[in-house]
Design a protein around this ligand. Structure first.
Ligand code: DOR
Ligand code: ZN
Length: 348
């Protein structure tokens, strides 16, 4: 198959940032996707419906003219978030999830939750309202091996939480291990997961190929080959519990190529194309549309799009850098070939 037309997909996990960075990257997401769940880990974080409303307006203002793209906002959960704030988020209409960052787990997570028991009241309200909890599933801190953080979190927090709040809708974001695939497959109804393109295409060797490669560093970090294979099997399985979420996370070049480089890979410029590569690698392009365009919308209770996009199997090469405010952004696969290209989009 060299040409593939899909119902327009959505990105169920993306970092759009703010200000000049937002203006530099949002066009890539809006070109491909009809909607995206936008992460709230700004500085300061988006912790209230009022902040989400203002951020939403900045995103819409940064869109290219004529773009048909709907940002779906999220709130950043802290120890002091109140159930009333969840009510306000629900009433606002544009907040579609509440993001749990365990404090210290990743970029801009220092305001995150220090102890899950502190937010039990908020989780109960979310369960009541059908507001999804979006989870960065890693146990932070020096005592847990960096490659075991996801497994530890499943046992210590996520497993008990999905049992305690049996009606809570939960998205286990950017899963990276065979253990997480297993957890999702066995979980009760209402528990799903997103998978990034980099975790489908690479194992952790990519971070150390011939030297240290900061542009392959993201959190949760890439894992073993057997984990990558399990993720690819899950994504292409046709199970509605697994859907697309790029975790595209732009950082200025100097913040990546640094003695203490930031976590995050920028993939928005080629997001759906990279998933096509991954699905093609196992002969399952026929399953891409459901993963990219059906299952996430169904989980969030939103309509599937009526328009389409078309991909063609024609190699192209992303530039070494994109503009990024006053700095530069090194995209994933900079100067290297990508097998699939976005051919065009057709209206409904
Ligand atoms: O690699 C990552 N980058 N993982 C995250 O969880 C956060 C993200 C970011 O905001 O840069
Ligand atoms: Zn993320």
């Amino acid at each position: 198959m060299n040409r593939l037309t899909l119902r327009r997909p959505d990105d169920w996990h993306v970092h759009l940032r703010d200000g000049a960075a937002l203006a530099a990257v949002v066009k890539f997401t809006a070109q491909r996707f009809g909607r995206a769940i936008v992460m709230p880990n700004l500085k300061p974080p988006i912790t209230t419906a009022a902040l989400a409303r203002a951020y939403r307006e900045r995103i819409v203002a940064a869109l290219p003219k004529g773009a048909r793209f709907e940002p779906l906002l999220t709130l950043y959960l802290t120890d002091s978030t109140t159930p009333d704030e969840i009510d306000r988020a629900r009433a606002a209409g544009f907040v579609h999830g509440i993001k749990l960052y365990p404090a210290g787990a990743t970029t801009h997570s220092d305001a995150g939750v220090t102890d899950i028991a502190k937010v039990h009241g908020v989780l109960a309200r979310m369960e009541e309202l059908g507001m999804p909890l979006l989870v960065h599933g890693e146990t932070p801190g020096p005592d847990v091996d960096v490659f075991d953080r996801e497994a530890h979190f499943i046992d210590a927090v996520l497993g008990p939480l999905t049992e305690r709040f049996r009606g809570l809708r939960v998205v286990f974001e950017h899963i990276t291990t065979a253990g997480a695939v297993d957890f999702i497959t066995r979980a009760r109804a209402g528990v799903a997961a997103t998978i990034t393109p980099q975790h489908l295409l690479h194992n952790r060797n990519a971070i150390f190929a011939g030297g240290i490669r900061p542009h392959y560093y993201c959190l949760p970090v890439l894992k073993r080959e057997r984990d990558r294979e399990a993720l690819l099997r899950a994504a292409t399985s046709g199970s509605p519990r697994f859907f697309l979420g790029t975790d595209s996370a732009p950082h200025e070049r100097a913040d990546k190529e640094n003695a203490c480089g930031c976590a995050g890979m920028f993939t928005a410029h080629a997001a759906i194309e990279l998933y096509a590569e991954a699905f093609d690698s196992v002969g399952h392009l026929d399953r891409l549309e459901a993963f990219a365009s059906h299952f996430g919308a169904d989980f969030y209770g939103l309509p599937r799009h009526d328009d389409t996009i078309t991909l063609v199997k024609e190699p192209w090469t992303p530039p070494q850098v994109y503009e990024f405010g006053d700095g530069a952004l090194v995209p994933y696969r900079a100067g290297e070939s990508i097998a699939w290209r976005l051919a065009g989009t057709e209206g409904a």
